[in-house]
Each structure stands twice: as C-alpha cells, then as structure tokens.
Design a protein around this ligand. Structure first.
Ligand code: SF4
Ligand code: SF4
Length: 186
C-alpha cells in the first residue's frame, strides 16, 4: 500500500457523516486534492465558498469520501463548525493522527481558547495511545503535545511526521520530527 501523504482529502480516515455541512465549505480551501492538483490552503476552482461544489455530481472520489471530524463525530462540539472556527479537524494517517487544518487567512485560529483547549485535550489522550495531534497552516506543521507545542516547519508530500520517546530526568518526553517516507514496498 502506498502511504497517503498528509494534507489531502484522500488521507482522511473515512468517518461516517453524522451532520450536514450546511454553508461550510472550508475543506475545499484548506485541504489539497490530489486528483485536481489542488494545493493546500487555496480555494478549489470548483468551489463557491459558502454555497458548495459546482461539480458536485462529478467531483473526485477523494472529495466524496472526505468527512471532517466535526461532520463525522457527534461528540465533537456542534458550535465548532469549521467555517466558524476557521479550523478543519481531520482524522488521518489511518487513524494515527488528528490534524487541524487552519485557514491561512487566519493563521492563529488554532490558538483561540476553545480550539486550543480541544487540541490540548486530544494531545493528552493521543499521548496514551501513541497517536499524533498536529496543526497545519498550509504545509507548516506544529506538533501539539501535552506539555508543549513544537513547530516542525513545512511537511511535504513524500515526508512523514515521526514521534519518538526520549528519557529525561523529568521522565519520558515525546520528540517529534519530520523525515522522508520510506520507499514503497513492491
Ligand atoms: S470542513 Fe467539514 S463541515 Fe465543512 S464542508 Fe468540509 S466536511 Fe463539511
Ligand atoms: S471538487 Fe468540489 S468538493 Fe472537491 S474540493 Fe473542489 S469544490 Fe470541494
């Protein structure tokens, strides 16, 4: 299996839809779409912001299959819909990462009190199950850890985010880093 790169709708873990997007269209801006060569952080040429997709019937499969965490998890706070917060939460990397994709026009949106609280709570839970919580403003990543936030710089297609543990006098510490993906097995 070829690992799906971060940032793309295809990387989402396939949650079932439990709500309706309504007037939200933010994933059509903040996510990349491989089939359309659409970059991360720019409106899709087929999107009418706040209205929907002009090619809904023929949109790529990765768009059809995509559900953000707000849409797919009824426990995610209803009032934190992405078009209001400017942050799209996504379960990706086969469930191994919760990524928060931020509208680049509001790059500090992930730091607003309620969103930051969600991120930190998720980071505490994730640390117990060896999962990751990462924010992206375009491709610039920040690892959200229980004890600190670590800017990782850009993460490109062909790279991955790795967490390793390091023993310190204060106990084990998560050390995140970016490195190339291993070659795909034949
Ligand atoms: S970000 Fe979520 S709620 Fe908004 S349009 Fe995309 S899937 Fe729907
Ligand atoms: S093709 Fe449609 S659903 Fe897919 S990103 Fe573009 S506007 Fe959104």
């Amino acid at each position: 299996m070829t690992p799906t790169p971060p940032h793309t709708m295809a990387a989402d873990a396939g949650l079932a839809q439990t709500r309706a997007c309504g007037t939200c269209t933010l994933c059509c801006k903040v996510m990349a779409v491989q089939a359309l060569d659409k970059p991360i952080g720019a409106w899709c040429q087929h999107c009418v912001p706040g209205r929907g997709c002009k090619i809904h019937e023929t949109r790529p499969q990765e768009c059809r299959a995509f559900n953000c965490l707000w849409l797919g998890d009824p426990k995610f706070p209803e009032h934190l819909r992405p078009d209001r917060t400017k942050v799209v939460f996504v379960v990706e990397a086969g469930g191994g990462r919760i990524a928060a994709y931020v509208d680049p026009n509001v790059p500090a949106a992930w730091r607003q009190r309620e969103i930051y609280s969600v991120l930190k709570n998720l980071a505490v839970q994730a640390a117990q199950t060896r999962r990751q919580v990462v924010t992206f403003v375009k491709d610039a990543a920040t690892a959200i850890l229980p004890d600190r936030d670590v800017p990782l710089g850009p993460v490109h297609i062909g790279q991955q985010i790795i967490y390793s543990m390091r023993e310190t006098p204060d106990g084990p510490r998560i050390e995140p880093r970016v490195e190339p993906l291993p070659p795909a097995s034949a």
